[in-house]
Ligand binder design. Structure first.
Ligand SMILES: [Zn+2]
Length: 164
């Protein structure tokens, strides 16, 4: 296991601004990326989500802290039933969006900055879990915002890019 340094905008802008590539089915690095994301997120107080580029891997993977977001999943969903405290999303895609939120967000890669960002209130997402099984899930409120921020990271977009 490895707790990685979370890259900051001030020191690693070139990595955080790059677009991550999709994970291939036989990617030999995937289990290492997933393990490092989990270890690092669990070691980070107040961290809700973490995307692979934030620890230096330009691959389309992110994780969310389930215990901080449990109310924001559908009660019978695979995510709600998972016993792992960290949920894994590989090659995520937003299928549909509903409603609007306009709230302040922070980011582990942009310390001490809070930016008011317009997001969808509910997102339906399709992704692979860490066993590479495809799943779909609806997430709302904080979990929805977290998903949208993590997918932004996979596209090289930071909260600072949302300043109006
Ligand atoms: Zn972030």
């Amino acid at each position: 296991m490895a707790v990685k340094k979370i890259l900051s905008f001030s020191q690693s802008e070139h990595i955080l601004k790059a677009k991550s590539i999709a994970v291939q089915a036989d990617d030999p690095q995937l289990s290492e990326i997933v393990r490092d994301l989990k270890d690092t997120l669990l070691a980070t107080p107040n961290g809700v989500g973490l995307a692979a580029p934030q620890i230096g891997y330009l691959k389309r993977v992110f994780v969310l802290r389930k215990d901080y977001l449990a109310d924001d999943f559908e009660p019978d969903s695979m995510l709600a039933k998972s016993e792992d405290p960290v949920l894994v999303f590989i090659n995520p895609q937003i299928i549909s969006e509903k409603g609007h939120l306009h709230e302040e967000e922070g980011c582990l890669s942009v310390p001490c900055a809070y930016v008011k960002i317009k997001r969808a209130q509910i997102v339906k997402i399709s992704a692979l879990n860490e066993n590479k099984q495809q799943f779909q899930a609806c997430l709302k409120d904080l979990a929805s915002r977290a998903v949208q921020q993590e997918i932004d990271h996979l596209n090289g977009v930071l909260i600072l890019d949302h300043i109006e």
